[in-house]
Design a binder for this molecule. Structure first.
Ligand code: SF4
Length: 956
């Protein structure tokens, strides 16, 4: 008799479960990590977590393989070969930190600007920016400068909030949701959950995107727009709404500056500014009393159109009239924009009518009492159930800021901001418009041995806040807040290497980079960047950038170009803080933040970068990082800082369980048990907002009082949304010759044009500068869902899904070019050429080609074999993207939005040529493989993850 096989139907999966926060992308989902025998067995989404409600994506699951990756850095490294050769020696932490201190101390004592500290997609910017400020360097920038700063600035200077992860559609009520471009990033799982809700309710989802992938694949309507023309499409929608008189005029008067009078006095130093009374309060024309009145007065019935006389006899025009004049221009008629956008005029008209019909004919009324900013009791909340979302797809163009502003104006005209069914802020937003905190780093604010008086990143309120010298030249190494990029609120990561190499505006000594692959997929002009990183001064024989310190958890392509490597832990091995000072996890109707806690001990000699920064700060004696005796202020490292550091009295990194007894939220003294409370509560804090303060928060008395109490805003005045930006006009006036701070002559015209107080559309700058017939196609990238926004996608599970990329081309375009599916082609831009394989598809704008970004890798990096498909067949479009605008002038400007400095990755234009029969079917250029690092673990030939989980069969 044969014995039956024993099947374990309910195996014991874990002996321990730990809660923490995912960090495989920027979305900050809650996870449960199942552990057995001290090892991670699997990762599950946390169903109680406000961000993901249990949803876990492919990236989140692949966190296990990240932990098991043989490409993890193992110990501090010092370069022993030439820069770029990838030859290193392992050293101990004391030697590494002594070396870093020895480089940094003399800089701080003589000229702190010589440290440039640039961070990638880290979620510790509340710490890293503070550290830079305490060091005293203005040269601090973050990933946003080449990601989506156009969205931040466009939103914060218009509505006091932004899409990003800082706002969301009212998923429960919206009936028409429009998403522009690639937008899956920071709010990945919440958007997935939200789209699921829309679909199940039968609400409409319209995707405006050159490529039908990702979320676009489930849209009810896909509008395959040409890249860089989203602004034109929005302009045309606004024109149609104005012509049809489908505008929420009551909303505009209550909540925006549409009725504020703008001085009409061409040539005068205050032309285009708001007319104000003696106390500086804006004026409007009271249409009932036929007199000038206070625009902020609650009882005024202001005029929105017309021309009026001010007390000094000059004319003034309501901002709305100027705005309407702009958008009613025949240049924005559907027939006029159709050829450029690739969207049929009838479609534009239909979408405009649909938006209006949903907003006004399907109005939502919630019987909810609330009090407005003027103290008036309201009995209802009226909603316009139309909502929008946009992110990198429109941001990564050199006209992205104005496109973002146009979308916000469209929302204002529909009355759909922070109302039921519309776009909703997530606390701590909204904030005052324009933002109130300028950047620090003026000439007299950078003092050897002293901290900056404020944060190196901020928001200029006019030319006087720029960081320029008396001649109008840049004070920062990346030229942020100079006339080349006046509103560069996140800095310009993509300019630092070139500028440091050129010594323009000055040489630096040390470049400290964190989590940023600046010699590969985070670089424009990859080979040029590598050349600059390795270039030596002919006279001294020293590298032009003398010291490069890099921190990362993995052997990325950037490691080879650093002199000192400070190896970071993985996100499962450390504490992190997802703070309201930085990237909170608030929902529209709840305030929230969260932490990560270590779930596993590192098996290597690595340390959390935040701990290392605080240690380095203590060694350098930076204020706030040492006590009065000079001992470390936070001997417990970052977790200690998370609990005890106060940015302002009572305001710390975490908002939950504050106060000595842990009963206070928001503002309260530090609680030594705070981290334990977070761990008890699954690593997150949430505080629901009462129903009466969930909407119209820019003008909701209850919410404004609450926000002030929580420390989100300094005062509880109404936040007025801006369809017209006086601040922009101040920059324009400066360029026209007014005021003490004026741009250099060569930038005057650009500033006059771009600092339009109303949204503007112009063709992307690269497009304006090249021969469009020679480069007829747009080229953009997206990231596949399995790697979306993930830092280090090279792990065994993700590689099984995407191990190579191809260039996707519309069938008709390919047929015209004689390119077949699978053919090898050259993709050529004004800057370079790359060889790739072609794939054909229908779901792409015919004038656009695209690929998955960052799948192509360099052999040797990430532990990849020489013949890895990523290195042989995959390719990197970055080789084609110039970091400078086309031209041969020595003063070429960066390939960026002219206002924010946002890297214009998606402005790329290319042509395609079929490879000849004798060319090999491999990508080019291929850089030489990097050697393994000391102590690198061997790659398993065959991966058998989980094989050792099986328990031995039990005897019956
Ligand atoms: S990878 Fe991103 S979206 Fe996926 S579970 Fe993690 S944080 Fe969430």
């Amino acid at each position: 008799m044969t014995s039956e096989p024993i099947i374990e139907t309910s195996p014991k999966v874990a002996d321990k479960v730990k809660f923490t926060t995912c960090y495989m992308c920027a979305c900050r989902c809650g996870i449960k990590v199942h552990m057995r025998d001290g090892a991670i067995r699997y990762i599950e989404g946390n169903r109680d977590h406000p961000v993901n409600r249990g949803v876990l994506c492919a990236k989140g699951s692949a966190g296990i393989m990240k932990q098991l990756s043989p490409a993890k850095l193992r110990a501090p490294l010092v370069r022993v070969g030439a820069r770029g050769a990838g030859e290193f020696r392992e050293i101990g932490w004391d030697e590494a930190l002594d070396m870093a201190t020895a480089w940094l101390r003399p800089i701080r004592d003589s000229d702190p600007r010589k440290l440039a500290f640039f961070t990638g997609r880290d979620q510790a910017q509340a710490l890293t920016s503070w550290w830079a400020g305490q060091f005293g360097t203005p040269n601090y920038a973050t990933h946003g400068g080449f990601c989506s700063v156009n969205m931040a600035v466009g939103g914060l200077y218009s509505i006091g909030g932004s899409f990003w992860e800082f706002g969301e559609a009212d998923w429960e009520r919206t009936r028409c949701f429009v998403m522009f471009g690639v937008a899956e990033d920071h709010d990945s799982n919440p958007i997935k959950i939200g789209l699921g809700k829309l679909k199940s309710r039968g609400a409409r989802f319209i995707s405006v995107n050159p490529v039908r992938t990702g979320y676009s694949a489930i849209a009810d309507e896909w509008i395959g727009i040409r890249p860089g023309t989203d602004g034109l499409f929005v302009f045309s929608l606004i024109r149609e709404l104005l012509l049809a008189d489908r505008i929420d005029f009551a909303y505009l008067v209550r909540y925006t500056n549409a009725h504020w009078l703008v001085i009409d006095s061409p040539g005068a130093p205050d032309h285009g500014l708001f007319a104000r009374d003696e106390s500086g309060r804006p004026l409007a024309w009271d249409a009932t009393r036929k007199v000038l009145g206070g625009a902020l007065d609650a009882d005024i019935t202001p005029a929105l159109v017309g021309a009026y006389r001010l007390a000094d006899g000059r004319a003034a025009i309501p901002a709305f009239e100027l705005m309407a004049h702009r958008f009613l221009d025949p240049a924005y008629a559907p027939e006029a924009v159709a050829p450029r956008t690739g969207i049929a005029a009838a479609t534009i008209r239909r979408i405009a009518a649909e938006l209006a019909a949903v907003a006004f004919d399907q109005e939502i009324v919630i019987e909810q009492r609330w009090t407005d900013w003027a103290g008036r009791e309201q009995t209802q909340m009226i909603g316009r159930p139309v909502s929008f979302h946009a992110m990198r797809g429109i941001a990564a163009h050199s006209n992205g800021l104005h496109t973002c502003r146009a979308i916000h104006v469209l929302q204002m005209l529909l009355g759909s901001i922070d109302c039921p069914g519309g776009f909703r802020y997530k606390p701590p937003f909204p904030r005052p418009v324009p933002p109130v905190r300028p950047p620090a780093g003026k000439s007299d604010e950078v003092v050897p041995g002293q901290p900056l008086p404020g944060s190196p990143l901020g928001f200029p309120r006019g030319p006087e806040d720029l960081l320029v010298d008396a001649d109008g030249l840049a004070l920062r190494i990346d030229k942020a807040y100079s006339w080349a990029a006046p509103l560069a609120a996140h800095g310009l990561m993509h300019t630092v290497i070139r500028n440091a190499w050129q010594g323009d505006p000055y040489p630096i000594d040390t470049l400290l980079l964190f989590m940023s692959n600046m010699s590969w997929n985070s670089a424009m002009n990859v080979q040029g960047t590598i050349d600059m990183l390795t270039d030596k001064d002919a006279a001294s024989g020293e590298y032009r950038i003398p010291h490069i310190i890099y921190s990362d958890a993995f052997h990325s392509e950037m490691v080879a170009y650093a002199d000192l490597i400070l190896p970071d832990t993985t996100y499962l091995e450390r504490y992190d803080c997802i703070s309201l000072l930085d990237r909170p996890i608030s929902r529209a109707d709840a305030v929230g933040d969260s932490i990560r806690q270590p779930v596993i001990e590192p098996d290597r000699d690595v340390r959390p970068f935040q701990d290392v920064l605080l240690d380095l700060g203590a060694r350098l004696g930076l204020p706030g990082m040492v006590d009065e005796e000079g001992a470390p202020q936070y001997p417990g490292g970052f977790p200690d800082y998370m609990v005890r550091h106060e940015r302002a009295p009572g305001i710390g990194m975490l908002a939950g369980w504050r106060g000595a007894d842990g009963t206070v939220s928001g503002c309260g003294e530090p609680n030594p048990d705070q981290l334990a409370r977070y761990v008890e509560h699954q690593c997150f804090f949430q505080e629901e907002l009462p129903a009466d303060i969930q909407f119209f928060r820019y003008a909701n008395r209850g919410y404004l009082d609450y926000a002030k109490r929580m420390g989100f805003i300094a005062d509880n005045q109404q936040i007025v949304l801006e369809i017209y930006s006086e601040m922009f006009q101040k920059f324009r006036l400066a360029a026209e010759g007014h005021g003490l701070v004026q741009p250099p002559d060569e930038l005057r015209e650009r500033i006059v044009t771009c600092f339009d107080p109303l949204p503007l559309w112009y063709p992307p700058l690269e497009e304006q500068a090249i021969d469009q017939e020679a480069f007829p196609l747009h080229a953009v990238t997206q990231r596949p869902m399995a790697m979306y926004h993930s830092w280090d996608s090279q792990n065994a599970w993700q590689r099984q899904i995407h191990a190579r990329n191809a260039l996707y081309i519309h069938h008709q375009t390919a047929a015209r070019l004689g390119v077949g599916d699978g053919d090898w082609i050259w993709v050529i831009s004004h800057h370079g050429r790359v060889r790739a394989s072609a794939r054909l598809m229908d779901g792409v704008n015919p004038d656009t080609v695209w690929t998955w970004n960052a799948v192509g890798k360099r052999a040797g990096a990430w532990g990849l074999a020489e013949d890895a498909p990523e290195a042989r067949k995959g390719f990197l479009l970055n080789h084609l993207i110039s970091d400078l605008l086309p031209g041969d002038d020595t003063r070429r400007l960066s390939n960026s939005d002219p206002l924010t400095g946002q890297a214009a990755w998606y402005d790329l234009r290319v042509r395609i040529e079929k490879c000849t029969a004798d060319e090999i079917a491999e990508t080019a250029p291929r850089l030489a493989p990097l050697p393994p690092l000391p102590g690198a673990r061997a790659r398993p030939a065959v991966l058998r993850y989980g094989a050792d989980f099986r328990s031995a069969p039990k005897s019956p």
